[in-house]
Design a protein around this ligand. Structure first.
Ligand code: AMP
Ligand code: MG
Length: 328
């Protein structure tokens, strides 16, 4: 849970900005979101403009509690209710059939809607003060690294956001897990803060996870979450040699040094030694990418963690950070 809570007057001000059709950046436990009134089509349209995001990429509708689910979705299956009861508030997004309050502009024209209840005191206070649904993609330019602090948001979107609520650094650090709950057996569309293992334990059945290299749903492009520097993925044991070779060839190399190699000296421009724990790695991931950009690296050499638990979401983001840029 975040240690910083926004003042009541800031929450009221932010709710007022939403009511008047403006955009508010706010903290969630995953990343900072760019919020708009989900029932205001002009405000929703402004969200896409601000991010430079194609309007076909659906937004997640944030709501204040699981008891409001039927206002926003219809024909909610029992498995979805089970997941909502167990994981909300939390980093789980459910894709369901669109309810009547949901604008087609918010779903990219789809008859389904993505809904979640964020687990952050500031986000929940804003939802309660505003008393409605808030569409919120991550508060960054389309395709770039998601913001995990209020300063990141100001650096990315300071010129277009009406108001930034500061709730301190995000606890989870990667986006929510998106589960398609419209079919009989739910499937994971995007790995995230709730692990596959946790979902399967609650549902009592195995879930499909798509490969991160293919576009399966709108908005899941191969290149996303990308820093300015090019990202190259190699086997963990080859990170040091690859980094040193690229540095010798004239690159300004940033290194994601695996935790088990922590004391290894590396001849490179900048080195981030990764935390051994996956929650700490997820929490730090976007900050590490931003840091290496800020330190002037043009190439980042990294490896994938084991794809279990939060490692699945981290590997998905790293693959997409390394994805072909021309597809964005
Ligand atoms: P974000 O990109 O973090 O704002 O998360 C939004 C992502 O949720 C989109 O890019 C889609 O991949 C996914 N999403 C949202 N709505 C839907 C939907 N109705 N069906 C499938 N995926 C969705
Ligand atoms: Mg995003």
């Amino acid at each position: 849970m975040a240690s910083v809570t926004a003042r009541t007057s800031d929450i009221e001000k932010a709710a007022g900005v939403l009511r008047s059709g403006g955009l508010v950046a706010f903290p969630t436990e995953t990343v900072y979101g760019l919020g708009a009134n989900a029932e205001d089509s002009a405000a929703v349209a402004r969200t896409f403009q601000a991010k430079g995001r194609p309007p076909s990429h659906p937004l997640i509708v944030h709501i204040g509690g699981a008891e409001l689910l039927d206002d926003w979705a219809r024909d909610v299956p029992p498995a979805a209710r089970l997941l909502a009861a167990r994981f909300w508030p939390g980093p789980l997004t459910l894709v369901l059939r669109r309810g009547s309050r949901v604008l087609l502009e918010a779903t990219g024209g789809l008859e389904t809607v993505a809904v979640r209840v964020p687990d952050h005191p500031v986000a929940l206070a804003l939802l309660s003060a505003f008393d409605g649904g808030i569409t919120a993609p991550s508060a960054n330019r389309f395709g770039s690294v998601s913001p995990t602090t209020a300063d990141d948001v100001r650096a990315e979107l300071g010129d277009v956001v009406g108001f930034v609520l500061d709730g301190g650094p995000c606890e989870v650090g990667v986006e929510s897990t998106i589960v398609d709950a419209t079919s009989e057996v739910p499937s994971i569309l995007r790995p995230g803060g709730v692990t596959r293992e946790d979902l399967e334990a609650v549902l009592g059945c195995p879930l499909a996870v798509p490969s991160s290299s293919r576009v399966r749903v709108p908005g899941q492009h191969p290149s996303h979450y990308a820093p300015r520097a090019r990202v190259v993925l190699v086997e963990p044991e080859k990170v040091v040699a690859e980094a040193e070779l690229a540095q010798e060839l004239g690159h300004q190399v940033g290194v994601f040094l695996p935790a088990h190699l922590a004391d290894t000296p590396v001849k490179a421009h900048a080195v981030v030694t990764l935390p051994a724990s996956m929650p700490a790695y997820a929490r730090g991931l976007y900050g590490f990418l931003r840091e290496l950009d800020q330190r002037g690296c043009d190439l980042i050499v990294a490896s994938l963690p084991a794809e279990e638990g939060l490692g699945l979401a981290i590997a998905n983001r790293l693959r997409r950070a390394a994805g072909p840029r021309s597809n964005v």
